[in-house]
Every structure is written in structure tokens, then in C-alpha cells.
Design a protein around this ligand. Structure first.
Ligand SMILES: [Zn+2]
Length: 497
């Protein structure tokens, strides 16, 4: 794995630095006419950045999703937002739009794209949208079809509108800027949650079988053998400052599922929101400046949480761990921030591609097993406690579509690559993409441009466990490999431009 704590200048674009005299004119003209900072006759394009955050807090009374039970939202602990960062190199604009939600289906993002294209400030193909995966937001997944046409519910409609508004606001806020990036390693808050255990009772699955690994095994148990996969301890970050060095925005990426410890019924953006609010202060944003936008994106954390499984559970106050983790990560990023170089200009490019994946289908044996269960499923002798839930899911999948087309996206920001995958991606896939990437630094944002469940690697499918169960995972076994190949080919194409 490449680890770059301090980003190095991009040699390919240094030629632009030769044209300093054009800078002042270009900056002035850019302020006058924000739509065209590629000034005719001026030799040097000006780099621009703009940020915005728009509230997406739902009304109380809707179901909070992310766990097996679904309490109604009864309190707003902290507001939910879509946090947006727009970048422009004089020719190309790219935008990140990161939403506090557990997972947003493609239909909602596509509705946002329609509005973004109607606004015409930026082509929607250059906008990367994702969900942070806070487990304390209401659902954006409700599917309602009228005459076969999907109709968005009130909250989904609001979300699509607010995403488009946030993107428009970030683009309207574009101003001359400098850009830098770097990363820091913080392994203490990331643990692989899939374990080999020495107890068959811990390994039963809802399909009447036995897995080789167990998700979230009992803490501090003497049955624990070892984790079944790696962690990615890297916190990557991208920073933009005004030309005189005032922070505009900082977007970070860490492969941690979420933190939790939120009372039932509370709406909260989890540590993603807490980090976003804390990082400004850590890097010198003053209290009276509310224009700065912090952003935490989710990396590849489908099999990662922050439970130290070897240790017995300790008692924590509500929000205690969210505060501790967000404090730690903000401080670590702030320390690394002082080391990075902010550049006057880097080139930007974006590419995306549809990939058609086959949906997994239950085999006759699996269907026979569920058909053999009586009544509520789990009351059958030897049946798993989730047998009824998975029986229902499997029957639905049997009748569902044969294929699904997903959107994959890559951004190139100088010699930094950003990849977007619409699944809960395993850490080993993220590490593999970092290793094979043609750019010097790379990170992946998961749950981007859609939400299709977990994405285990073929080797992890062999081991079984919750994330691989049909109904938790839905797409062909080698999907992670097909996705990685497409993303790397997109990034290679962008790198050759
Ligand atoms: Zn989750």
C-alpha cells in the first residue's frame, strides 16, 4: 500500500506556474464573471473552490433505520446535512455532495441529478453523491411504485432537492483557491468485525448451514481466534484554502462503518457530523466564520467497525464514543494538515461508467429449506433467529430482476484519485484499489451514487458470514473484482489525459 503522509507536487502541471503575470488579471476577471474563469488570452487558469452545507434533517415521527429495530425519530440531537465541495480548474468543475444518511438509493440521486442538470451550473455526471452511513437517520429507501413507475416519498423528494441546492450553492461559492491533500494513519478506531471463532454455535446462518466466520462475535470471548480480514487505517483528506490561506473546506475519508452509542429515537449525523463540525476549529477557522465546511466521507468499511473485540464491553455515555472518535480523528488530521503543500492549481477530470451486474438467485435447495419452515420460521427446531427475515428476502429476490446496472465514478484531482462505489465495500477492496491505482494517492468513497448492500470479495464469500448472506448481499460473487477493474480503467484513462 502506498502511504503518503505529505503529498508531493504534481510535476505534470507545473508548466502552469510559469504564467504568474496572468494571475492577477485572471483573478479579477473571475470575480466579475464567475462562469468563465478560463479567461480568453490569459495564459494561466485560476483554480477555484466553493463549499456549502444544506440541512436535510427529516421531520420527527419517521422510522430511524440502520438496526434491526426501527424506532420512530423522537428527538433531533444534531441536524443532518448534505455537505458539498465544488472544485474548478478553469475548464472542468467537479463536486462532492455527501449526505448524512445510512444509504441512499440511486433513484433519489438520479432525481437530484435531473435538478442539477436543470440548474446547469455543473454537469451532473461530474457530481459524486454519497451517504455517510450514519445509523441514526430516517430511511431514504422506501420504494413506492404507481403503475410500475417509482414515486419518491416526501423525504426522498426533499433529499433530492436539497442535494441539488447544496451543489448549486457550492458552485455559486466558487472563489480563487489553493488545494492540498495528505493522509495520516489511525488504526485505533478501526477493527475488522468478521472473525474466525472456535464455536460452531456462533457460526450458524439463516439458511440452515454453518459459516466459517462470524460478524460481530461476542466481545472478550475466549472463542475468538482471529479477524478474517484486514483494516485500512488511513485517514485521507483534501483541503482547500482561499489564496490568502483561509480554510474553505476539508473533506476527509476514513474506513469506519459508523460509531453509534446514540439513544433510541435520536436523529444524529454520528461521528461523520461531529468530525465535520470539529475539524474547522482544529485548523484555525475562527468562531465567527460559518462559511467553512468540514466533510467526512465513508471509505471502504463494510467489514469494519470500532469495536475492540478482544476487550470486554465498557460502559459509555450516549455520544461519548462519537465525541472521542471525532476528536481524535480531527486532531490527527489537523496535525497532518500543517505538513501538506497547498498548490495554486491542479487539473481536474471526471469519468463514470455503467456496469451491469447479475443478481444472485436462491438455488432450489435454499428455496426448499425456507419452504420447509413452519409458522414464523425461527420457532422451528434448530432454525436461526433471522430465518424468517431471510426467508422473506430470498423469496423476493427469486422473483426480482436478473440484473442491475450500477454507476461507477472516478475523479482525478492532480495526482490524487477518488473512486466511488455504490456498495458497502470491504476494507481489502479499498486497500487493493490504493495499491493498484495509477495515481500517487487514492481513496474510495463507498455508498456513492446508489446503495446496493454489502460487497464482499469472492474470498470472503467463501467464508460466509452476515455480509455474504443472500439478502444482505445481492450481486454476483465476483462483483467486487469487476467493479475494481472498471474503476482502475477509468482512473487510467483520466491519468493519460
Ligand atoms: Zn451499517
Amino acid at each position: 500500500m502506498k502511504r503518503h503522509c505529505v503529498s508531493m507536487p504534481s510535476s505534470g502541471h507545473d508548466v502552469c506556474r510559469l504564467f504568474k503575470p496572468g494571475l492577477v488579471l485572471a483573478v479579477l476577471l473571475c470575480f466579475i464573471c464567475r462562469t468563465g474563469n478560463q479567461v480568453e488570452g490569459a495564459e494561466k487558469p485560476v483554480f477555484l473552490a466553493g463549499a456549502a452545507k444544506v440541512e436535510i434533517t427529516p421531520p420527527l415521527g419517521l422510522e430511524i433505520v440502520g438496526n434491526w429495530n426501527r424506532p420512530l425519530a423522537s428527538n433531533i440531537h444534531d441536524d443532518l446535512h448534505v455537505r458539498c465541495l465544488a472544485l474548478n480548474d478553469g475548464t472542468t468543475t467537479i463536486v462532492f455532495a455527501i449526505c448524512d444518511n445510512v444509504g441512499i438509493p440511486r433513484d433519489v440521486f438520479d432525481a437530484a441529478r435531473k435538478r442539477i442538470d436543470a440548474n446547469a451550473a455543473v454537469p451532473s455526471a461530474n457530481v459524486l453523491m454519497s451517504a455517510t452511513h450514519t445509523h441514526s437517520a430516517v430511511s431514504a429507501r422506501n420504494e413506492r411504485k404507481v403503475d410500475g413507475v417509482l414515486v419518491l416519498d416526501n423525504y426522498q423528494t426533499l433529499l433530492a432537492q436539497r442535494i441539488a441546492d447544496g451543489v448549486a450553492k457550492a458552485v455559486a461559492n466558487l472563489q480563487p483557491a489553493k488545494i492540498g491533500w495528505g493522509s495520516v494513519q489511525e488504526a485505533s478506531e478501526v477493527h475488522n468485525r468478521r472473525w474466525y471463532v472456535d464455536d460452531e454455535k456462533l457460526l450458524t446462518n439463516p439458511f440452515g448451514g454453518v459459516d466459517k466466520v462470524r460478524m460481530n462475535p461476542p466481545r472478550g470471548s475466549d472463542k475468538l481466534i482471529e479477524p478474517a480480514g484486514p483494516i485500512d487505517p488511513e485517514v485521507s483528506f483534501l483541503s482547500v484554502q482561499s489564496v490568502d490561506g483561509k480554510p474553505i473546506a476539508l473533506l476527509a475519508n476514513y474506513s469506519l462503518h459508523y460509531v453509534g452509542g446514540v439513544p433510541s429515537g435520536d436523529i444524529s449525523a454520528d461521528y461523520f457530523g461531529a468530525f465535520s463540525e470539529k475539524i474547522g476549529q482544529q485548523i484555525g477557522v475562527t468562531d465567527d466564520d460559518d462559511s467553512f465546511v468540514g466533510i467526512m466521507t465513508n471509505g471502504t468499511s463494510g467489514d469494519i467497525n470500532n469495536i475492540a473485540f478482544r476487550e470486554k464491553s465498557a460502559k459509555h455515555e450516549p455520544y461519548q464514543r462519537i465525541n472521542e472518535v471525532s476528536d481524535l480523528i480531527a486532531k490527527r488530521v489537523a496535525a497532518a494538515y500543517t505538513e501538506i503543500e497547498h498548490r495554486d492549481w491542479v487539473s481536474l477530470s471526471a469519468a463514470s461508467q455503467e456496469l451491469e451486474l447479475k443478481m444472485r438467485k436462491p438455488d432450489p435447495e435454499m428455496l426448499r429449506y425456507f419452504a420447509s419452515l413452519q409458522g414464523d420460521g425461527q420457532s422451528n427446531a434448530g432454525a436461526h433467529r433471522l430465518a424468517a427475515i431471510y426467508g422473506e428476502r430470498v423469496n423476493k429476490i427469486a422473483e426480482g430482476p436478473e440484473t442491475s446496472s450500477i454507476l461507477l465514478q472516478a475523479f482525478r484531482i492532480g495526482d490524487l484519485g477518488v473512486l466511488a462505489i455504490p456498495f458497502e465495500v470491504f476494507a481489502e477492496t479499498g486497500l487493493d484499489l490504493k495499491k493498484r491505482s495509477p495515481t500517487a494517492d487514492t481513496f474510495t468513497i463507498e455508498l456513492a451514487n446508489g446503495s446496493y448492500g454489502y460487497l464482499p470479495t469472492p474470498a470472503q464469500h467463501e467464508l460466509g458470514g452476515y455480509e455474504t448472506w443472500l439478502g444482505t448481499n445481492r450481486v454476483q460473487i465476483d462483483a467486487s473484482e469487476r467493479i475494481s477493474d472498471v474503476l482502475l480503467s477509468l482512473l487510467n484513462q483520466l491519468s493519460q489525459k
